[in-house]
Design a protein. Structure first.
Length: 330
């Protein structure tokens, strides 16, 4: 078994990064142009003391293994093998289309080139995560979901991504399969492994980019709006009822506790706003509905339904049956 700690200690992240990126000394750190977005002013820092890198533009970052994963389109095990077998000598960085007109900082769109890069990384075996949740290739491709090298990337668009929409936030979903591999290589097993996995956040967002309403742009013209507390729940509902222009779903990117007064404008045209919290988040659902207004109602998932959210329920019943459970007349 390859020991992760031994591999990491045998290489210097500065040496690995400098193989494909020109670095310059900046005090106790090194800086360079980030290869993962259209960087024109060095926004990536490499810290030799912590052996980590971080881009203040697109928020990419991690240790030397995560650098090799993202830079060379490898999974965790592949990156570990490269580092252990070649001691950091890896050939051929991927070709990334640059967009030097876009700088990434709070309030600015995430460069389309990095979203497309992640989307290209989402090969068939990685698409299985979404296939297993009933998503079609049409939805996966339209939403430009991707794979960063160790996490799934879900862009949050402010409009149709195929008609000029821009992404101002990206949610990253952990790979349970990959994290279990990492933990097992670090000596975890059985219940101890599952307990350690539970401590790793399922979702992370780009820092300093605030909260957004996922699929908020799809609510225009909808008389019935359904609010879930999960981006994939909203996306699956919108896929299931894509032929019905009177209904659409959305989700706050910060979860059940997030709220922005600006979101009220998304709900004004609707005759009915139905808030469907995950099981266990009923109180947050009621508070969210109260902020929306008097035309918002809470619909709870029955405790015997067999799932805690919309995606769970879709694994065991069809969309029309769920709509009946929620009392949505579609």
């Amino acid at each position: 078994m390859v020991d992760t700690a031994s591999v990491k200690s045998s290489v210097n992240i500065v040496d690995i990064v400098s193989q494909t990126v020109e670095l310059s000394r900046a005090g106790s750190h090194y800086k360079g142009l980030c290869p993962f977005h259209g960087d024109t002013v060095p926004s990536m820092v490499v810290n030799p003391d912590t052996q980590r890198f971080h881009c203040f533009g697109c928020d990419a970052g991690g240790d030397v293994i995560e650098w090799v994963q993202l830079r060379h389109n490898l999974d965790f095990v592949g990156a570990l093998k490269e580092l252990s077998g070649l001691n950091g000598v890896i050939n051929g960085p991927p070709t990334i289309t640059k967009n030097t007109d876009v700088k990434v900082r709070p309030g600015y769109a995430v460069p389309r080139d990095i979203i497309e890069y992640w989307h290209r990384n989402l090969e068939f075996h990685r698409r299985g995560y979404f296939y297993g949740r009933k998503f079609t290739d049409d939805t996966i491709n339209h939403e430009r979901w991707g794979w960063t090298g160790d996490k799934y990337a879900i862009p949050i668009w402010n409009g149709d991504p195929e008609d000029g929409g821009q992404a101002f936030q990206v949610k990253f979903r952990r790979s349970d399969e990959l994290e279990r591999t990492r933990l097992s290589m670090d000596g975890f097993a059985g219940e101890e492994l599952e307990s350690a996995l539970a401590q790793i956040p399922k979702y992370m967002g780009m820092k300093d980019r605030g909260v957004w309403l996922y699929d908020g742009w799809k609510l225009a013209g909808a008389s019935t709006v359904v609010v879930f507390f999960g981006e994939l729940d909203a996306a699956l509902f919108n896929q299931d009822f894509s032929d019905d222009p009177t209904a659409a779903a959305c989700s706050p990117t910060g979860g059940a506790k997030s709220w922005d007064p600006e979101w009220k404008r998304y709900f004004r045209e609707a005759n009915l706003v139905m808030v469907v919290p995950d099981v266990g988040e009923e109180d947050q659902g009621r508070k969210f509905a109260a902020k929306v207004g008097n035309h918002a109602w809470v619909r709870l998932i029955p405790p015997d339904a067999g799932g805690k959210d919309y995606c769970d329920l879709r694994l065991i019943m069809d969309a029309e049956m769920i709509a009946d459970i929620f009392g949505i007349g579609l």
